[in-house]
Design a protein. Structure first.
Ligand SMILES: Cc1cc2nc3c(=O)[nH]c(=O)nc-3n(C[C@H](O)[C@H](O)[C@H](O)COP(=O)(O)OP(=O)(O)OC[C@H]3O[C@@H](n4cnc5c(N)ncnc54)[C@H](O)[C@@H]3O)c2cc1C
Ligand code: SF4
Length: 323
């Protein structure tokens, strides 16, 4: 590992003011330190933001404000999260392992990097790691990679489960940086690869995530379903964050759907939502809505299985939520 300096920021303003080229913020280090060991990340200096006073989960009216330094395990087990946003609790607790969740922070989870095998192997070309060097995943192993929104330059997926639930819940991410503070919608923090796959998000250098704000929960019931290769310690092949509200006449009056494991960013299934609103609640409508969304999928030869898998997981999640 390349030698680096380490400093701990006292507060968000100091972290941003002291940020210089070559610095990287350090959360729990559960992704960044691995990437440093692999030679994928080579910061000159780590600015530790894991102990900033951003470690509270607080009610904000009927919504919630979550500090960026809140540990994943504290978020997933917080009484207010369990009571108001069970979908978010399930998403967070489905990620990684207990030990990793104890260290991992909200800010770091949102900004963790793709697990594309070529991205993590510095002996291979990769447009995300070294722009212009090529994408060996397209002709090679893309079995876990994207079927929606990808480009010729990159077919990576975003790995965070939490981000998928936040996209379904219309969360807002608060950031502060050298040019001031701003609020980014979810989805909206992460970007599709286009011809700049080296940029995972819309953040500018030195911008620090300070909090995530959740509006009041959507009406009805919600769930997070994740399909993976083993029961723990595995990223989603496909996941679905879903909320469903059904009126007295049996039609869908409210729906939220977001997909994980299928794109470079958490994927809000807007077409499926539009197809479902006002439709009779039931398997036929759910399958039609899933197909409306997945019509735009462009699978590669070794990940075509994700399209029927996503369809089935959407239908199953909605059926589970149907009263
Ligand atoms: C074996 C294994 C399995 C896993 N499985 C899953 C899974 O199934 N689902 C899942 O969602 N995750 C999974 N994870 C990922 C784990 O959840 C992440 O490693 C973790 O959430 C990253 O959080 P961190 O605080 O440790 O981030 P760090 O590693 O410290 O940082 C990650 C990135 O975020 C940046 N950063 C950190 N905090 C801030 C901030 N406040 N503002 C701006 N930038 C910041 C850092 O500079 C770095 O680029 C797994 C990890 C491992 C090792
Ligand atoms: S899919 Fe993206 S991250 Fe993976 S090798 Fe291609 S450019 Fe790199």
């Amino acid at each position: 590992m390349k030698a680096f300096e380490y400093t701990r920021a006292a507060d968000p303003a100091a972290a941003v003011a002291g940020f210089r080229p070559g610095d990287m913020y350090l959360g729990g280090g559960t992704n960044l330190v691995d990437l440093m060991r692999l030679g994928v990340a080579e910061p000159e200096r780590l600015v530790d933001v894991s102990r900033l006073p951003l470690d509270r989960v607080e009610a904000a009216g009927d919504g919630l404000r979550v500090g960026a330094a809140v540990r994943n395990s504290d978020l997933g087990t917080h009484p207010l999260v369990l009571a108001r946003y069970p979908m978010l609790a399930r998403a967070v607790l489905s990620g990684a392992s207990g030990q990793i969740r104890n260290l991992a922070t909200v800010g770091g989870n949102l900004l963790q990097r793709t697990r594309c095998p070529y991205f993590q192997d510095v002996s291979k070309p990769c447009n995300k790691r070294r722009p212009g060097s090529g994408c060996p995943a397209v002709p090679g192993d893309h079995s876990h990679l994207a079927v929606l929104g990808h480009s010729e330059a990159c077919v990576a997926t975003h790995p965070s489960d939490m981000a998928v639930a936040l996209a379904a819940l219309d969360a807002r991410v608060h950031v502060t940086g050298p040019a001031g503070s701003r609020v980014l919608p979810m989805p909206g923090l992460h970007r599709l690869p286009g011809d700049e796959p080296e940029r995972d998000t819309v953040l500018e250098p030195g911008e620090l995530i300070t909090a995530v704000e959740l509006p009041p929960p959507p009406p009805g019931r919600s769930a997070y379903l994740k399909v993976r290769e083993r029961a723990s310690f595995a990223f989603a092949l496909v996941s679905v964050a879903a909320a469903l509200d059904v009126g007295a006449d049996g039609t869908v009056t409210g729906v939220r759907l977001a997909l994980g494991g299928v794109a470079h960013a958490p994927w809000r299934a807007a077409r499926a939502e539009a197809a479902l609103l006002g439709a009779p609640a039931g398997e036929e409508s759910y399958a039609r809505a899933a197909e409306a969304e997945l019509d735009q999928a462009r699978p590669l030869p070794r990940n075509a299985y994700k399209v029927p898998m996503a369809r089935n997981v959407i239908v199953r999640a909605l059926k589970e939520l149907t009263p």
